[in-house]
Design a protein around this ligand. Sequence first.
Ligand SMILES: [Zn+2]
Length: 287
Amino acid sequence: MRVTFASEAAPGHPNEDFIASTPDALVLLDGAGTPVDSESGCVHGVAWYARSLGSTLLAGMTQGTGTLTEILAEGIKAVASLHDFICDLDHPGSPSATVIMIRRTAGVLDFLVLADSVLVLDVIGAAEPTVVCDKREATVGTPYRAAMDALDTGSSAHVTAHRRYVETLRDHRNRDGGFWIAAVDPLTAEQALTGTVRADQVRAVALLSDGASRLVDRFHLASWRQALGILEESGPDELIRQVREAEHADPAGSRWPRGKTHDNATAAYCLLSGEGFSVRRPEPGAE
Ligand SMILES: [Zn+2]
């Protein structure tokens, strides 16, 4: 695979997304942020959790032969063992992260998606890309959003409403009827969306944290097809630049209500097929 990626923190915040790759495996995590003045029971923080789990999963994919679900379950267990003797892992706000895993072996591409990061598969011959994303958190959260969305993003009332929203959603985290995200319990891995496709049937795949996918699924400024085009022609940096441009044009969230004006944004693009790949040559006469 030919892999390119970019990850950019929300201005003034630590980057709680994590992205890492080998030529045959790729992992993207989006750590669920802990709002200001909210407890988590963990002294390490969300960025540490996303980095620790992400690097453990990449190691598992490159060294192990298990299914992606098994590797995720083992990874959640391994990271819990790194801090269960210091931190309160029973705390409802303990760090958590969305997960996307991609692995290519023997002509097939395995994928796993847990929670609301977005995987886009550009299947050869299909007019529209296949989008894999678990929207259960958004569905569960819809009834609780109205109070937050009515306020200007960034105002102190909005900050309070956002904290309440996040804390309310914790009651639905990793429960039947709620939504599922990597945190402490290895059994959560069984809730992930998984699949396998023949590698020669896929032209490219894109992985996006929700801070990057918002260009399409919240701002509606591009289709998934157009997002793939931006990633291929201009690169992940350009997609994130367009997200920031839109956010700056709507700082208070009046056009696009959202929990945070800016979010950590990560985008990766993996080209599997040589089809369409072109070599750039200098113009005749150019230095
Ligand atoms: Zn901890």
